[in-house]
Design a protein around this ligand. Structure first.
Ligand SMILES: Nc1ncnc2c1ncn2[C@@H]1O[C@H](COP(=O)(O)OP(=O)(O)OP(=O)(O)O)[C@@H](O)[C@H]1O
Ligand SMILES: O=C(O)C1=C[C@@H](O)[C@@H](O)[C@H](O)C1
Ligand SMILES: [Mg+2]
Length: 173
């Protein structure tokens, strides 16, 4: 089975995904890290030097490739992955794939992203909390229609990473 974690930036896809994989004894793959390795550039550099459209094309190519694996995997995708190139349909229609939306409230996301924006090119330029709230509020409104299609939703507000892993396992098995 491939367990695909989706959700907005900083919802915990990478860090919770790693813990989940360890617990299940599955291999962990992070799509952003995979892109960085294949492209030999950081996500920020790809955005800056090649542009977002190039990033989205490569993201979709690598996602399609990774979803063909028949092995047990936890695959954490990027925050935008489900929202481009028909990627959410591919995730939903691939065999042996379970999609999980790590659902966070706007407040949780703003609070986390004010602290962790530097490596995230879409929000790195935002300075005040008011601007961040406005940006994420609008962005999330556009994206939830994709995220909500996931087969399983797990709320992450006020939970530790271990709590979230437990909740995911309860939903899956
Ligand atoms: N439940 C949690 N409790 C405390 N800290 C958390 C929790 N979930 C994530 N974090 C921390 O928040 C930060 C963002 O998490 P992470 O990088 O896993 O998010 P992401 O969904 O992979 O983001 P991106 O889409 O940008 O890749 C990390 O520093 C992580 O350690
Ligand atoms: O939400 C997004 O569109 C992104 C999230 C990150 O995971 C990276 O994939 C990149 O910074 C774009
Ligand atoms: Mg990540």
């Amino acid at each position: 089975m491939i367990i695909v974690l989706i959700g907005y930036m900083a919802s915990g896809k990478t860090s919770v995904g790693k813990k989940l994989a360890k617990k299940l004894n599955y291999k962990f793959i992070d799509l952003d890290d995979y892109i960085v390795e294949k492209e030999n550039m950081s996500v920020t550099e790809v955005f800056k030097e090649k542009g977002e459209i190039y990033f989205r094309k490569q993201e979709s190519i690598y996602l399609n490739k990774l979803l063909k694996s028949k092995k047990n995997r936890v695959l954490s995708v990027g925050g935008g992955t489900p929202c481009y190139s028909g990627n959410m349909d591919v995730i939903l229609n691939s065999k042996n794939v379970k999609s999980i939306y790590l659902k966070a409230s706007l407040n949780t996301l703003v609070e986390k992203l004010m602290r962790k924006k530097a490596t995230r090119p879409l929000i790195a330029h935002i300075e005040t909390e008011t601007e961040m709230t406005e940006f994420i509020g609008k962005h999330l409104f556009e994206r939830v229609q994709f995220y909500n299609q996931a087969e399983i939703q797990v709320s992450i507000d006020n939970k530790s990473k271990d709590d979230i892993v437990e909740d995911i396992i309860l939903e899956l098995f």
